[in-house]
Each structure stands twice: as C-alpha cells, then as structure tokens.
Design a protein around this ligand. Structure first.
Ligand code: CA
Ligand code: CA
Length: 185
C-alpha cells in the first residue's frame, strides 16, 4: 500500500473511531439521564384464596369515584378498596353471567358513557359478562352476558378489548377472540 493510500485509510479509520466515540458518549449520557433512583418495592399485603391468576392484570381504578379500588379477575371477580377490604365479588359458574377461568385481561371502562363504569370479563362457553359498578357493588349489566360464538362453537375466550369503532366518541364496542379469530359478542 502506498503512503498516500495508507494515509487515506488511516483518516477513514480515525473518522470511524471518532464517530463511534461520539455515539458511545451519547449512549452514556442518555444512560445516566435514565438512571433515576427507583423506590424499593414494599409489600403492602398478600391477597389469598382468590384462585389462580391467569392473564388478567390487576386493575387500579376509582370506578367513578369513592377512592381508588383494586380489581382482580381470576375465576371470580373481586373489588377491594385501597386498604384491601373486599367490597364486592362476582362469582364464576354455569349459573352466573360468566363461568370458568377468566383468561384474558378485563376491560374496565364506561362502555355506554352513562357515568357508570363497567368491568367486562370473558370466560368459558363464549360468555362475556359486563358488570356495572353501582351502589358500591357489582351488578350484571342489562343485556349481558353476551355470547361470543362462531359456527356453533362457543370456546373459552382468550382475548378481550374495547374500542370506539366508528370514532364518534360515544360508546365502546367490545371485541372477543378465541383460538385465532375475532368474534364480536
Ligand atoms: Ca356505563
Ligand atoms: Ca362509537
């Protein structure tokens, strides 16, 4: 390699090295900025005898007022107050609005914008139940449970969501999914 070529290669190497150094410094700066101290977790309580938890994340919501509440969906639906006192329970079973395990995360929203919040859960046999939070307890909403069945099959529901389908800001539609297809109750 001639001296001139060697000089060009060296110059390119220097540029690459200085670019990498610059990126590394940006990375270090961002890492430092994002390394704020995190509060140590504190065990507040241990809730027992709820049954197995599947994929229903706990929900913290005021359900329209009266302080924050903790909502748990396992087989039964539980609502605790902020001090973990049980306020209400909606049981699971063939004679109830929902049955079997509650596999997907629940929907917690005011579906029809009437000021009353609903907790929507899905279980076995295609059942999707909406419970209203009224007078400090859970009451099944009129017209529910809905059945999310398709081609005569009513499977366990594995996915649940809600959205304002037509974008008019008024009301949410609930969507349920089983093994690979979306079925609307
Ligand atoms: Ca409502
Ligand atoms: Ca709408």
């Amino acid at each position: 390699m001639s001296f001139e070529n060697s000089h060009i290669v060296c110059s390119i190497m220097k540029k690459i090295f200085s670019s990498m150094l610059f990126l590394w410094l940006i990375f270090l700066t961002l890492s430092e900025a994002g390394a704020a101290p995190v509060q140590r977790p504190e065990l507040l309580t241990q809730l027992k005898w709820t049954g197995t938890s599947w994929f229903g994340s706990p929900i913290i919501h005021d359900l329209g007022g009266g302080g924050k509440k903790l909502i748990g969906t396992f087989y039964d639906v539980f609502v605790w107050d902020h001090q973990f006192n049980l306020l209400a329970k909606a049981p699971s079973g063939s004679g109830y609005p929902h049955e079997g395990r509650i596999y997907p995360p629940a929907v917690c929203a005011d579906l029809d914008v009437d000021g009353i919040y609903e907790i929507v859960v899905a279980g076995s046999n295609g059942k999707v139940a909406a419970y209203e939070w009224k007078q400090n307890t859970l009451a099944v909403k009129g017209g529910w449970p809905a059945l999310a069945c398709d081609a005569g099959q009513c499977p366990e529901i594995r996915g649940l969501s809600a959205g304002d389908l037509n974008g008019d800001g008024n009301g949410l539609a609930v969507f349920a999914a089983d093994f690979g297809q979306t079925v609307c109750p």
